[in-house]
Design a protein around this ligand. Structure first.
Ligand SMILES: O=C(O)CCC(=O)C(=O)O
Length: 238
């Protein structure tokens, strides 16, 4: 049922995955991160974050959707608060972190963020990835929830014109969430994020799960899988 809906719409809310206390404990870990960084991409360097990824993956409802041979390959922290308010227009998530640069005709859009290398892989791989967004605070309509356009993950990588078409003709769904809820999302589903009204705090950990083997000779950064060799929040990791 969940899997069916997820495959059809490209996103699905699963309520009550973590208890409020667990969310509080995770928020305490996050409070130790660099407060200047709006979204930190290297959280898998921290053992608590890798433990959390395994715990989420092991939850029966999530396991229904995320294959057992998948692992967390990226975790990004997104916060909206009185001090940090932002929006993102409709887009697809097209980039993945990788270990090294490979010259291949199907690879494009190389970039570097926070010392990590990113590339846009073939759409066939992007279609397999699953994002697990765990909400550490309630996210109401006024707190800048994610908006997703159902079914748009099924159209592969879109051109700017196609994005404009679905933005104008699709029916976005606003994903209001309670603390401890998870939003599962295909990175290819068109999504946007509006500004909050500026009175609340909306903290989300956004994990990306993928298969161990990558196409085109690519590999995941080993530090994202093992935590070794990553610099996070200015703290070096052995
Ligand atoms: O957390 C949000 O509201 C935005 C996240 C987003 O746009 C993304 O993950 O691409």
């Amino acid at each position: 049922m969940l899997l069916e809906r997820f495959n059809l719409e490209g996103f699905a809310r699963i309520p009550g995955i973590l208890a409020a206390d667990d969310c509080g404990a995770i928020a305490e870990k996050i409070a130790l991160l660099d407060p200047e960084s709006a979204g930190t991409r290297c959280l898998l360097a921290d053992e608590w974050c890798r433990d959390l990824a395994r715990r989420l993956h092991g939850h029966p409802a999530i396991a229904e959707v995320v294959p057992t041979n998948f692992a967390a390959v990226q975790c990004t922290y997104f916060e909206k608060s009185v001090d940090r308010n932002w929006l993102v227009p409709f887009h697809q998530d097209l980039s993945i972190p990788v270990a090294t640069r490979i010259e291949h005709s199907e690879l494009r859009g190389w970039s570097e963020k926070e010392g990590e290398l990113f590339v846009q892989p073939p759409a066939g791989l992007l279609a397999q990835l699953v994002a697990i967004r765990i909400h550490l605070d309630p996210c109401r309509e006024t707190d800048g929830p994610l908006q997703c356009i159902p079914g748009t993950h099924l159209y592969g990588r879109m051109s700017t014109d196609e994005i404009a078409h679905y933005r104008e003709n699709g029916s976005p769904v606003s994903c209001a969430m309670a603390r401890g809820d998870v939003l599962l999302m295909r990175p290819l589903v068109l999504h946007s994020s509006s500004k909050a009204d500026g009175h609340s705090r909306r903290r989300v950990l956004h994990f990306v799960f993928g298969p161990s083997e990558l196409p085109c000779g690519l590999s995941w950064p080993s530090r994202n899988l093992s935590g070794k060799g990553c610099k996070s929040a200015g703290r070096p990791y052995a």
